[in-house]
Design a protein around this ligand. Structure first.
Ligand code: ATP
Length: 417
């Protein structure tokens, strides 16, 4: 009974310790926000509370173990007491000698001590079993995105990049009541540059997640080169994509490790060429050890724009047939953005490119622009067609270009002054 309790509590204790770890990692990872909002006091209290919870669970576990050991020791000592009494009676009655009783008491203490130790070992084993149960659960959890058990198809070595989205419906598992993508159908030809625009929360990034098969849609299907992506090995599927995410993820390691992330075999010359196209070469050379400079956790020590440029260089080096750019130039200054925009056409040549951008100036030259709103495809066409036909796009364009015109007028008048 106590062993089972110890096992359960050991498992809970592991979970509470994990809570402490993730809380600390989160607070330290966002330490600038914590300090900027003077949140140290509250964080100290929350940290203390998390540690207290872990401590309370550990104490409960130790309490149960203590009971287990106390019980065993009391039983052993009780048995020795009973034995002394019965044995003492036998010595008085002359059935055994005092020496025999002493020897028996000595042996039984040795055996009793061994049982006491055994109970401690059982306690420890139960504690380990509790922790192992958690690990076993984690090891047994299965990914929902798996290669099909039968009918697996393999993509040809050279993929053109034709994509077909057929009547997609998708809601996130944590929000099953509302669709993030609703009834979306779209056909994207190889080599085409397609821009996705629309208000925040329209489902643009979600569409990228579906293309990369991080989730499967509830209805509808996505075809790559005419093959449903659920029929492919996710590994085979994802080699066709190079992605620059909205918040570029960099890792602990050197600058060149980060650029080589998707293509570890790339030569130094290829790394440098990709960095040059992404306009990252110059700032990398200014760093203390150039391409060999070590970045901190999560790319610490770089500005937002520099991170984006490294992420773009990384995507270029992968040389995949489909390029996904999610707000890839949003953190760049106007000049770097302009330079990258100029480099992008040569990059996009021969590749299917999907670009998400809030700044319409960056997507005007796309072959087609898709306007999304609340998970639905509202309109599709070129910049000029959409200005004429779609009120949402016309409104977005009017707002942005007016603001930009206002800005340039303002800067001109400042120059005049
Ligand atoms: P933005 O331009 O601001 O990046 P978006 O068009 O890319 O917006 P998505 O990130 O695709 O929008 O989000 C679409 C909807 O799905 C939003 O309403 C969002 O709140 C919701 N959503 C996004 N990620 C998740 C998630 N992991 N779990 C539940 N809902 C999510």
């Amino acid at each position: 009974i106590f062993g089972r309790r110890v096992r359960n509590l050991s498992r809970q204790s592991q979970d509470r310790i994990a809570d402490v770890g993730s809380y600390v990692a989160e607070a330290l990872g966002q330490i600038k926000t914590v300090q900027a909002y003077n949140h140290q006091q509250q964080d100290q209290q929350r940290f203390a509370q998390t540690v207290e919870d872990a401590f309370a669970t550990a104490r409960k576990r130790i309490f149960q173990r203590a009971w287990l050991i106390t019980l065993v020791i009391s039983l052993v000592l009780g048995a020795v007491g009973v034995m002394l009494w019965v044995g003492g009676m036998d010595v008085i009655a002359g059935r055994i000698t005092g020496g025999e009783l002493a020897a028996f008491v000595f042996y039984s203490l040795v055996v009793g001590g061994a049982f006491g130790t055994l109970s401690e070992v059982i306690g420890e084993l139960q504690q380990a079993a509790g922790a192992a149960q958690r690990i076993a659960e984690l090891l047994q959890s299965k990914s929902l995105v798996l290669p099909p058990s039968k009918g697996l198809q393999v993509l040809p070595a050279r993929v053109e990049g034709n994509l077909q989205l057929e009547n997609l419906y998708f809601s996130y598992p944590s929000r099953p009541e509302s669709y993030a993508i609703e009834g979306l159908s779209l056909s994207i030809k190889a080599g085409e540059t397609l821009a996705l625009v629309g208000p925040s929360g329209a489902g643009k990034s979600t569409l990228f997640d579906l293309l990369l098969r991080f989730y499967d849609p509830q209805q509808g299907q996505i075809l790559l080169e005419g093959v449903p992506i659920t029929r492919l090995d996710p590994h085979d599927l994802r080699r066709c994509f190079a992605m620059v995410a909205q918040t570029p993820a960099l890792f602990f390691g050197t600058v060149e490790d980060n650029i080589r992330y998707g293509n570890p075999q790339a030569s130094d010359a290829q790394v440098e060429a990709a960095a040059r196209i992404a306009h990252a070469h110059d700032f990398i050379l200014q760093m203390p050890e150039g391409y060999k400079t070590h970045l901190g956790d999560g790319g610490l020590g770089l500005s937002g724009g520099q991170r984006q440029r490294l992420a773009i260089a990384r995507a270029l080096l992968v040389d995949a047939p489909i390029l996904l750019l999610d707000e890839a130039t949003s953190a760049l200054d106007a000049q770097s953005e302009h330079l990258i925009q100029q480099a992008l056409p040569s990059l996009m040549q021969g590749r299917t490119t999907l670009v998400i951008a809030h700044r319409l100036a960056t997507v005007q030259n796309a072959d087609r622009i898709v306007v999304m709103d609340q998970g639905k495809l509202v309109a599709i066409g070129t910049h000029a067609q959409l200005i004429a036909s779609n009120p949402l796009y016309a409104r977005l364009a009017a707002l942005q270009f007016n603001v930009e015109m206002g800005r340039s007028a303002q800067s001109k008048s400042t120059e005049t002054l």
